[in-house]
Design a protein around this ligand. Structure first.
Ligand code: UFG
Length: 323
């Protein structure tokens, strides 16, 4: 299939492109390289373009005869979204609408959307199913929720079919060691912990040690990026076969605290990794753990990396080789 992958040079995007190529699909990456890297697109077409540029998008749909879209391109920092909501609404919602507009012009009515557990807000129970109330507490989560709602309305009015994938915390790196996590600036816990192990940072800050969790630090559900990538392929197959819209959580269903992540990284890297305890980061939630049983049941998705240790091992290999 000829698939437009917006944000395909980014972290989850580039791992998904690799998976698409392995299955003989034809991905066309559309990325403005603001966060993505051209080296992360291992093969296939890369169009350096912005979703704000409708003309460029039209050229792309026309030239490559796009059949379906996987939409990753977005700004994705919770704290930044609290400081600069205008940019998040513009990039994640307005630019997303541009994409949908051009899709409709070209009669492309299937999209897999990269959503987030940030749509839920403060969890009412420990593991969160898709049916959990949606009350995002930061603009980032709100932009993802708004786009999900837009897709639902576009289904009603224009028969657009979508699958929204609500990721929990993407982590790790491809086994080949060729692609991995490389954000600028980096804000995510695991890469920062590993940068500390490599001596690139003096210490790792723990944001908040007064949460209502067993060791007082935040708990997250870390899911391997290659497992996320495989879920996109399954979603794409379901969407093209059944032509029905749906929403799935993607996580392991296990939570690890910030301290547990650091401890696991110490074991793997055999480095001391110095900690500095600081205050809470704006927009952070105490605990986010997925109930991903629907994806296992209905997408037939089985994560290959079921232990934090194995996930961090792949990330460590990548960080050591790409300091
Ligand atoms: N953390 C630290 N120190 C750091 C970095 C992070 O203590 O230097 C903590 C955070 O406070 C958080 C946990 O580590 O409790 C994980 O933080 P990340 O930045 O790695 O990930 P987030 O959980 O903040 O973000 C992820 C996704 C977002 C998504 C969000 C939902 O990356 O896209 O979950 O809340 F929106």
């Amino acid at each position: 299939m000829r698939i437009l992958v917006t944000g395909g040079a980014g972290y989850v995007g580039s791992h998904t492109v690799k998976e698409l190529l392995a299955r003989d699909h034809y991905p066309i990456v559309y990325d403005n390289l603001s966060q993505g890297h051209k080296e992360a697109v291992l093969s296939g077409e890369l169009i350096v373009g912005d979703l704000a540029n409708q003309e460029e998008l039209r050229k792309c749909f026309d030239k490559y005869k796009i059949e379906v879209v996987i939409h990753f391109a977005a700004s994705c920092y919770v704290a930044e979204s609290v400081k600069n909501p205008a940019w998040y609404y513009e990039n994640n919602v307005v630019n997303g609408l541009n994409l949908l507009k051009v899709m409709l012009e070209f009669g492309v009515k299937k999209i897999v959307f990269s959503s987030s557990c940030a749509v839920y807000g403060i969890p009412a129970k420990i593991s969160i199913p898709e049916s959990h109330p949606l009350n995002p507490i930061n603009p980032y989560g709100m932009t993802k929720l708004i786009f999900e709602k837009i897709l639902k309305d576009y289904e009603g009015a224009y028969k657009m079919k979508y699958i929204s994938l609500r990721y929990f915390n993407a982590a790790g790196a491809d086994e080949s060691g060729k692609i991995g996590e490389d954000h600028n600036p980096e804000t995510h816990l695991i890469p920062l912990v590993l940068q500390t192990a490599l001596g690139q940072k003096k210490n790792i800050e723990i944001f908040g040690t007064d949460y209502n969790t067993p060791d007082k630090t935040c708990i997250r559900d870390y899911i391997h990026v290659s497992d996320l990538a495989r879920a996109h392929i399954l979603a794409l197959e379901k969407l093209t076969k059944e032509e029905s819209s749906d929403i799935f959580n993607l996580g392991l269903g296990k939570g690890y605290s910030v301290r547990e992540v650091i401890e696991t990284a110490r074991k793997i890297t055999k480095k001391p990794i110095k900690i500095v305890e600081t205050g809470r980061r704006a927009g952070d939630l105490p605990q986010l753990v997925a109930d991903a049983s629907k994806a296992e049941r209905e997408l037939n998705w089985k994560p290959k990396y079921t232990k934090l240790e194995n996930i961090i091992q792949t990330a460590w290999r990548w960080h050591k080789n790409n300091p």
